[in-house]
Design a protein around this ligand. Structure first.
Ligand code: PLP
Length: 430
């Protein structure tokens, strides 16, 4: 069919223009029907856990993805901070292909070469001495919760099990990580939750101090709250939390599922705040799109996990680890990606601050760090997200529903930011 149309289009055949138009219309119609059918099947066969946009994405390259309708989208959500190197990054694709031909999966009953290499790479480039691999952010936090309890039970006794987390946080959807998540709207319908959690307001050291008791074994925090609306804490907050933990023998556990892997302009966000945690969780960008999570800890804390205390069948399998090794190598290559993130971040924030000045009655605040960026609107953000979708740009929401969230691939360029800003200007002016 495609050859048929291009034959006419290139003028080899003296057929009338309306035939070409008719063929294109048939094409468009068949794409639309295919998309409609796929969405009908999705409704019928998939559990309704997501309110999805009426788009089926089929193909991606760099900053762009294409739907089954043939429509092109500029991607400023990047799989919600997952596609750090853009879509189908060539080096990651090659390493997945090579690894798939060599070894896809073996059990953790045996040593796994890419897993060992990835663990070493993560430890050499962070505070950590040891890594445990799993498959998602929720699983990484679940593992962190278990590690904190086990460490406290070994060193401080069975009564020390409480974990303090913050209101408005997000740590995942498994029962433990859901309980850690300080947002009632996610808890509704799933009680009884896991006992032993307390919640305090974010960025409030006095509330945190008041919540600490001899039962407290750990504080679990996002260095920047992501789902909660891209909330950046005050400059000293994390330092004060570190001090509080040190003074009371409490573990500081940072959830860097969204902030890690270069998102803020450093490999890990804790580096931005001049502190070092005892435990850190990663996922999202770690594999540039393949499902992998990780729990990192110092030797002292990691020693609480021994054979038969924790495990995962797929955790750290050869295929995902090969992808994550390449992802890390690309990010660390001569600091190229991180320098680029910082340059693009400056440009993005500068353009957004002008947007705020241009639309003061629509935009309340522009905030974030690196390429974790939010625009808080006066009104609901969803109509703006939908309008961007219509115009071929993917963006997200966060927080109370009036926050636009941008987590583009770290390879985003000025020209992409220009397209986004002029589209936003246009939409907000209307
Ligand atoms: C900070 C944070 N922690 C944990 C999670 C859960 O990760 P996953 O969806 O991979 O389980 C998320 C997901 O958005 C997150 O942003």
């Amino acid at each position: 069919m495609f050859q048929f149309v291009s034959y006419y289009c290139c003028g080899l055949c003296p057929i009338k223009n309306y035939t070409i138009l008719l063929s294109s219309a048939i094409f468009m119609l068949s794409f639309r029907m295919e998309t409609k059918k796929l969405i009908e099947d999705a409704e019928k066969y998939l559990m309704h856990t997501y309110s999805r946009f009426p788009v089926v994405l089929r193909k991606g390259r760099g900053m762009r993805v294409w739907g089954t309708s043939g429509k092109e989208y500029l991607d400023f959500i990047g799989g919600i901070a997952v596609n750090v190197l853009g879509h189908c990054p060539p080096k990651v694709v090659v390493s997945i292909q090579k690894q798939a031909q060599r070894l896809i999966h073996v059990s953790n009953l045996y040593h796994i070469e890419p897993q060992i290499k990835l663990a070493k790479l993560l430890c050499v480039n962070s505070f950590a001495d040891k890594v445990f691999f799993c498959n998602s952010g929720a699983e990484a936090n679940e593992a962190a919760i278990k590690l904190a309890r086990k460490y406290a039970s070994d060193h401080r006794g069975a009564d020390c099990y409480e974990i303090i987390t913050t209101l408005n946080s997000f740590h995942g959807r498994t029962l433990g990580s859901l309980t850690a998540t300080g947002q009632e709207k996610f808890h509704k319908g799933f009680h009884p939750l896991v006992p032993g959690f307390r919640y305090v307001p974010y960025n409030n050291i006095d509330a945190l101090r008041a919540a600490v008791s001899p039962k407290t074994c750990a504080i679990l925090l996002e260095p920047i709250q992501g789902e909660g609306g891209i909330v950046v804490p005050g400059a000293d907050f994390l330092k004060q939390v570190r001090q509080l933990c040190d003074d009371n023998g409490i573990l500081l556990m940072l959830d860097e599922v969204q902030t890690g892997m270069g998102r803020t302009g450093k490999l890990f966000a804790y580096e931005q705040f001049g502190i070092v945690p005892d435990v850190m969780t990663l996922a999202k960008g770690l594999g540039a799109g393949v499902p992998i999570g990780a729990l990192l800890a110092t030797d002292r804390v990691a020693s609480a996990f021994q054979p038969k205390t924790h495990a995962s069948t797929f955790g750290g399998n050869p295929l995902v680890c090969a992808a994550a090794i390449t992802t890390l190598e690309v990010i660390l290559e001569d600091g190229f990606v991180l320098d680029h993130v910082n340059r693009m971040s400056r440009y993005f924030f500068e353009r957004l601050s002008h947007l705020k000045i241009a639309c003061p009655e629509k935009v309340l605040e522009v905030r974030g760090m690196g390429l974790l960026v939010a625009v808080e609107l006066v009104r609901d953000a969803l109509p703006v997200v939908n309008a961007c979708l219509d115009r071929g740009i993917l963006i997200g929401t966060a927080g109370a529903g009036n926050v636009l969230r941008f987590t583009p691939p770290l390879i985003v360029e000025e020209k992409d930011i220009d397209v986004l800003i002029s589209t936003l200007e246009d939409i907000l002016e209307k």
